[in-house]
Ligand binder design. Sequence first.
Ligand code: ZN
Length: 416
Amino acid sequence: MTSLQTLRVNGSRLWDSLMQLARIGATEKGGVCRLALTDLDRQGRDLVTRWAREAGLTVTVDQIGNVFMRREGLNPALPPVMTGSHIDTQPTGGKFDGNYGVLAGLEVVRTLNDHGVQTEAPIEVVFWTNEEGSRFVPVMMGSGVFANAFTLDHAYAATDVDGKSVKDELTRIGYVGSQTPGDHPIGSYFETHIEQGPVLEDHGKTIGVVTGVLGIRWYDCIVTGMEAHAGPTPMALRKDALQVASRLMQEVVACAHRHPPHGRGTVGMVQVHPNSRNVIPGRVKFSIDLRNATDALCEAMDADIRARAAALAAETGLSIEIHPVSAYPAQPFHGDCIQAVASAAEALGYSSMPVVSGAGHDAVYMARLAPAGMIFIPCKDGISHNEIEDAQPDHIEAGCNVLLRAMLERARLVQG
Ligand SMILES: [Zn+2]
């Protein structure tokens, strides 16, 4: 009799699978370049689905190329407990981003098979098409269509730099399925992922219990002053757009500090006009990226930065415009899934801490459809989207054990 208490995944088998998949599109610096809907993506898909069939899973594909690999439950009428991620990578991607979440799901299934464990609800492992958004925009394409965030036709029409469309490339690699995206129930959804940030490593914790994904507000800010000669114009008579802009840039960072612990404020792009050594800048355009854990906090940061801008404009007499560019709502995860991850980590004796995700994931869209949660593990120096992306085998194994336990809690272990 296998009990939940003693059931563990096979960490070395999971590691071996990760290393095998990483050979497809391997780069010289030890990373992976496997862009969505390329021949290499097809080879990766073929390998993972072959492994799935060998593990006795039923493979189905939907019209945007999302692949579902199902292990039947004792009660097939129940919606499946689903886990997964993506296997496409950035051009200078690593071995773990996305791939870990998919292969951890496969390892959960292999472990259940090894021990003859059955579950009440079916279990499904999924990989979503084009999560990275590197070759085709929008990002998180497959899960976005599935969650009806945008239409199938919108996704199909996206083209790469050579003008090749998603529809044509998906057809070419043989992954246009017959299922209507979203026409597929989900009981609950878990995604295991490297953190892609430095927090877990900094705190020396093994498991990040992800409570949600930060909301994002993007703006363009334009400060208008007056160009004038840098020599003859006395300081008191200037309208220096860059001096005023730089004060507001400081406020962007201060605004994040005023909304802790998850507030983020970044100025990443600056254009100075006329950008000449001996001309007082007449116009500065810069980007503002504000993030926080709830929409209310994002709203508060929005009001905060606008108030600072208004005060600065009144004080200096220069015009300051703040234009919204795009916004993504914060996505808290479901309390039951967060709790399932936290208690699994505790029962397994792994150190853990609550964390938020500053990056988007397929789980964001799944959280609109079903109770969802994520499990983070540390990655070396917090680096991802880089060929040197790295993770430790014992962390890889730990995250998968947490996934196994959390999924079994939701799918109900029946017998072993
Ligand atoms: Zn990812």
